[in-house]
Design a protein around this ligand. Sequence first.
Ligand code: 5GP
Length: 334
Amino acid sequence: MSIATSKPLYSGKAKDIFETEDPNILRAYFRDSATAFNAQKKGEIHDKGKVNATISALLFQLLEQNGIKTHFIKQLSDRELLVKKVKIIPLEVIVRNIAAGSLCKRLGIKEGKFLKEPIVEFSYKNDALGDPLLTRKYITSALEITNNETIDYLISESLKINEIFKQFFLEIGIKVVDFKLEFGYDKDKNLILADELSPDNFRFWDAKTNEKLDKDRFREDLGNTEGAYQEMLKRVKEGTKQDHKFQASTLNSQSFKVRVQVLSKQDILDPQGQAVEKALKSLGFTEIKDVKIGKEIVFEIKNGSKDIAKSQVKEMCEKLLANPVIEDYKIEIN
Ligand code: 5GP
């Protein structure tokens, strides 16, 4: 396959995207330019393009080895990746393990606080508006970007990615503080991970010293930004020398107790409920109405997080535990 054409499709803050002869494949060229604070601060980080292209390639491969579908095809040169063309969902999916950045500013929390559970939040990918934080209803009802099912999928996929990264980076002495992901639809309408995975869109801290090894060095004028990027490249290269296949059971599993309550929908006839209602009334309990008899299913689930567990149980309800056409279900997870 030739990748010869040089028609730029799009020029971003740190990457140029080119078309190739295959309309479904793009070439991403990583530049050294750096921006921060919605492009109010601009500069260059020597060889950043090489570092980010290579770290991205290695991390996309790590994710693919662990069952995450991504747009990555191959690394073409030290600054270029070949990727599948996707239609990007205009959402920044941000995963946080430790308080930093805008979370600290917004909530007044001290930088470095370990969050009780990983947090997934969404921002609107819109520079003119400064990428504002979104609620679920903003996404589904105000902007109409996508639906609840897709939001659930993005949350559960991002938490899986977080578990893989937390484990991998711990092995190379790095704490994954937070990161930003972008997803898009490929030509077959599969929703896959896109964009890049690098110190530009992750916060990485040295596990022993808490030294910042990411774009915060540039944002906060801490100096030696180039050295920090090179250090991350060295460690990621070292760590990915051997294949990593993290079993679901090794991905920080926790046990949750699940209660699923299934009841027939309000307007669906429930003869058992009606019989009980009639009997109760004949015993003098005349105040009651709308008796429904349902079922309760109780079990334990082992999973990386409560949100992943919740989306799996939801899938179980839709596929087996309830009949969504005539029944409502309620999930309780503790
Ligand atoms: P915060 O919301 O604290 O500024 O950022 C959270 C995480 O997402 C950080 O790792 C940060 O690098 C990443 N992030 C947030 N917004 C952007 C963005 O517009 N571009 C890039 N490259 N990363 C972002």
